[in-house]
Design a protein around this ligand. Sequence first.
Ligand SMILES: [Zn+2]
Length: 989
Amino acid sequence: MVDSFEKAPKTELDWAAIEEKWKKRWADDRIFETNPQSDKKKYFLTVAYPYPNSPQHVGHGRTYTLADVHARYKRMNNYNVLFPMGFHYTGTPIVSMSQRIKSNDKELIETFQKIYKIPGDVISNFKEPKKIASYFHQEIKQGMNEMGYSIDWRREFTTIDKGYSKFISWQFRNLKKKGLIVQGSHPVGWCPQDQNPVSQHDTIGDIEPELIEYVLVKFKFEDQYVVPTATLRPETIFGVTNLWINPDIKYVIAQVNNEKWIITKEAARKMEFLNAAVTLISEISGSDLIGKYVFDEKRKQQVPMFPASFVDPDNGTGIVMSVPAHAPYDYQALIDLRKDYETLRKYNITANVDPIKIIQTDAFSSNESSAAETIVTSYSIKDQNDPKLEDATNKLYSEEFHNGKLLPHIDEIGNLSVVEAREIIKTKIISQGIGTIMYELKNSVKCRCGTPCVVKLLTNQWFINYGDENWKKMSNELIDNMEILPEEIRQEFTNVVDWLKERACARKSGLGTKLPWDNEWIIESLADSVIYMAYYPLSRYISNNQELQKDEDKLLADNMTDNFFDYVLLGKNDPDVVAAESKISVQLLEKIKNEFEYFYPVDSRHSGRDLVPNHLSFFIFNHVAIFPKEKWPKQIVVNGSVLMEGKKMSKSLGNIIPLRHAIEEYGADSIRLTMLASSEILQDSDFSFDLVKGIRAKLFDIYRNIHSHLDIFRVQSNVDEDLEDVWMSSRLQNVIMETTSAIDKFRIREALHNILYRMDNDLEWYEKRKLAKNKSIFNNYLKEFFEIRIKLLAPFAPYFCEEVWEIMGNASYISSAQWPEINQSKIALMSEDNEKLIQSIIFDIQKITKVTKMVPKKISIYTASNIKCTLYRKILGRIQSQTTPNFGQIMKEFVNDDQVKDLVKRNPDLVKKIIDDILSESVEVRERRMKIDSFNEIIPLDDGKSLLVREVGNNNLEVNIYSEDDNDKYDPKQKSRFARPYKPAIYIE
Ligand SMILES: [Zn+2]
């Protein structure tokens, strides 16, 4: 398991010592403890609190690290940032874990020992659920501290603290008063072993159970038995030609309530969980049914039973009604059966039934053949095992659902749309006793205890009614008004709000808060974690103990009442009354209320993408239910998960790397950067040891580079303004601008690319230019470069940046430093083209000398004539003002343009070439060049001579630069006429 863990190569920095040093200083100086500050804008940022049933591994770290980067970035942008953390103890997983320890579960114990390195005596304590929770709580907290998260730990709580329970009770009484909690019978995902509803948190692989609702259509068999078939399309009962029975499986005859059903054993079990009274009577083989008839009570006619091996005993009732005119599978199975003479002979059947058309659509009703036949033919399907049948089925079902109408002659539902007909038939057959509802799981889901889940019809269960239309409307209003990053995830939220229905909100077991009005129930974990962000501003004032120290500014959890929460969180009630009731001073009450008022609403909520369909959506719902608009959250940030060397992390693959282990080996900053640099936010990021090593080496390079230039931070150097200085200064403004806007939109990979790599390219060029001129780079430009770089990097690699910031001579924390601001006066548009021109001329010359293998003695460079530059500007203008530049049109215009017509007529190719030149540049470059009135190429070319000489490698090289317009130019081969703007002509001897 730990085999895949790679040891880190040595570098000269003692990363562990650096982390230790700064962690201690931050804690000693309490720089991340945040109190209300009336003169400063607040920023309240939260991330889904961890569930302490294991230590965090590298995969967990991404969401928290992103949130911490966000917190640090906002802090550097002058916000009073609150970033708190709590621990979610609620629910059954920790309890079932303790049961597994009690029963000496080898697999679990091995995981604890081998992956997480937990000592044996600690594991033996794990028989008690709270011991598990508090052990991993401390473990996770340590890891968060080691990662350098800038958390205000004074506000820490667990969800089984007494104060928190008071808060959750208040939330639930509030929801109930608003009619949003209902009691009733609803189907839920269920673990038969634990006797509890299951949702995503309780299942292996964190899969949300998805329910499917079938209508069972009951056919009569031999007057005394019911043969039920499960369908999603009850209206197609009018097109049934036969039933499909699997000849190879055993069916059972079972007493189901007051009827005798023929179904599979699996179906009988499912019916039990749906609260039917089920008793098995006897078995009957599928082959015994084949060839016999059932009676269709709807149409009053006999329907034969045919054999089909595709019938799955665990799907529905294990018996399928066949509608060959409208179901591609049924159609194909019938065709296959007609050709299978052996089977026909065996059961003495003919299979000569005709498909019965009942639905018409524009797409499939144009000819004689049925819709199913038409689509099966058009997909060239071979037989019933053809995988294309699935696509054909989806296509036809969707078409008929959206555009289908029942044929006019169909009883009761003729001419109606499929959607209308379906509802009517469903209601009718149920009321006539020839239909009923059956639920099952759409996906195969296992409980964390290993038991396959089922659908249970829970009676007297408590539900949060997310199906409430008005509630959905308000939730959509919040979604429309909040920022969701990345934006592409917004639609997912709207979809969830659409389909959410009643959701079970209480369990009979597990840790957590009891339902305040029904003590048999415990509020489940996705219901007690939706508005808890409101508890953070209060939590540091609450004491969960029985007694208070005299000088403490706190209140006892026992004394918190609904009136207290109503006053502090909603501004209701009289403060004097509330203070007296809570046994605190009015001053303390007001202080707590002000703290909530100051920090709320949540400015940003971070979470993994897997929580969109549940936690994050419930967070939205519950906020709009409980709080007034001004307290609704402002932003949600969603990130993808983490792969390990391209693979999903799993115990079976042995690629789970505990976070603290990775930190110990590679250092927190390298781990932080690796989690964030490998992908954009919504994609899964790929953690690999090569990447960590590469990033660590990069950080060390940065350190070494700064370390070898430390004098610039101590000595004021005189300031030249060479072209490359102006350029460097301008580039820095650009890097600040682009990195800032990337972080604002959480395009973190792009931001890190700028800081780690693009800045190096700039520095390399700058050094080259200085070196060629024999000038020192120990100057203020380099100093500024280093300062900006370290500041931009600080939210991502906080330990490293504190250390470097200190050796640069700063006494303050970089964690509290000011984010670099853009200095407009330093933006020099032309400097980009200056350096680009020097770069490209050197590149072109090197290319020529490489091909010709000559060592140049003399180089002549010719810049384009003024009139060519005028033409260039005209063409650029035309291209920028048009969406699709039309060459013919541009030509026509220019042959009539007095200014350039001579040039264009003399040199017709030139326009085409310039258009190509311009189009090969980025939009950004084009826009920049539009802003520049005139560009004298001779200046940069002249300035870059020294570098050119150096790069060509001949110290006696003679370089001359001429304008094409220059009458005295040296141009023996008439090369100058090939010069174009930004593309000087070259003559090498
Ligand atoms: Zn279970």
